[in-house]
Ligand binder design. Sequence first.
Ligand code: HEM
Length: 469
Amino acid sequence: MSCPVFPKPAKSKASLWKVFFTKRHSWLDALYERSYGMKMGEYRLPGLTLYMVNQPELVRKVMVQNMADFPKNKMLGDILEPLLGESIFTTNGEQWQKQRDMLDPAFKHARVQQVFGLMQSAVTDMLERLKRHQPGQDIDPEMTFVTADIIFRTIMSAKLNEEQANRILNAFVRFQAESPKLALKKMFRLPGFLQRGASERKRLAAAQEIRGTIEDIIRPRYRQAEAARAGCPQSQAELENRQDILSSLLLTTDKTSGQPFGFDEIVDQVSMLFLAGHETTASSLTWSLYLLATHPHIQQDAHEEVTRVLAEQPMSVEALRKMVLVRDVFREALRLYPPVGFLSRECAHATEMRDKKMKAGSSVMISPWLIHRHQDYWHKPHDFDPYRFTGKQLKTPLSKSYLPFGAGPRVCIGAAFAQQESSLILASILQHYHISLAEGFEPQPVGRLTIRSENGLQLNLTPRNKQEA
Ligand code: HEM
């Protein structure tokens, strides 16, 4: 097995000002050699202390056992607010619990299986577009398109057309690019007027463009739900007949008050599902394709697995369950390039960990990127080895050292959804194409809201029937 790309860490820690002026582009560049072996680190910024927690027992304490003492970081909530409003991703306490209870039914296993047909229709369209893929063309935009299309179809029964897709995906690229700049200004406690410059105006306009598109799709459906609640049987029947997740959100009510979600609350949750659901999956699919392209033997094994399973049954949830290697390629891509590279919390009260006295309000960062590459927890941590999940290669149980979807009560609500769509997309590509990297191409991992390749992924797709002829 060989070692796929990752940014070589600096020998020593960069000074704070160097980080501010030169590392805004990617937080991965601010890591240094010791970051990859430490259990807990402390960073003092002007007015803020930040702790990086990598030891599994401490991670459990923060995310599972004492979750209420380590709420989501307010700064992250403020940064994402223009796009996500008060959505489940950033809220805490009772507000979060109420939202989680109302969203959970939409993501139950059975419900995720029900949307398989909608996912498959988006993948069929993707295969049509791939027929136009040119040798060496960047595949990353296609992964972003298909995952956004799946979110639109499964959540809102809306098919994303190319014009709409370009508009909102470009807006999202602008939002992503400007967000780390604001994050650093907030971390360094720059005054408010310096946080509201041209970059922030660009970011707010991008967020409004995305929300506007989502609002236009939701408004008629929301009116229909209001009519159903007012007793219109036709609206009630139409609402119940839809298979999508929006119906589930429109029908659900709060356990205690009996109230449904309001319009703005629905827009907040759907915008959040759009953000959390497409960007993360697109990133891990692009990395999965990179890993398959650079490991031809594993690609061949995975192709044979897909062919064997599909010789016995059509593509279905059941068929995907039998494609263990395809699933493990995706799992290993999530280990090496976890889309959410750090999880951010803060201390609700003063506390202590590994002899460090942490003040109330201090930031706590848990980094799946570092934990997944820690030599104490993984055998050959930088190598690509999808067989490690079924072999005897695990140094520590997955529950301790593998957290691409987070952990504890706030674990990703869409993990089963993401696994199902990713296996479907990878299996469909493996079934039809042999994949290889464009000559001389190497992706550049960068850490922004998610971990992506800055220069995309230039891929050759050779149709299997042509290759085998
Ligand atoms: C490979 C794909 C995905 C990855 C790697 C991923 C990763 C994560 C992680 C790490 C968290 C926890 C964040 C934290 O604790 O700070 C999270 C939360 C969340 N994710 Fe995902 N996610 C993926 C796909 C999805 C999809 C497809 C959806 C929905 C369609 C989704 C919806 C959510 C939601 C709603 C939360 C917030 C849960 C809460 O706070 O209660 N994610 N995700």
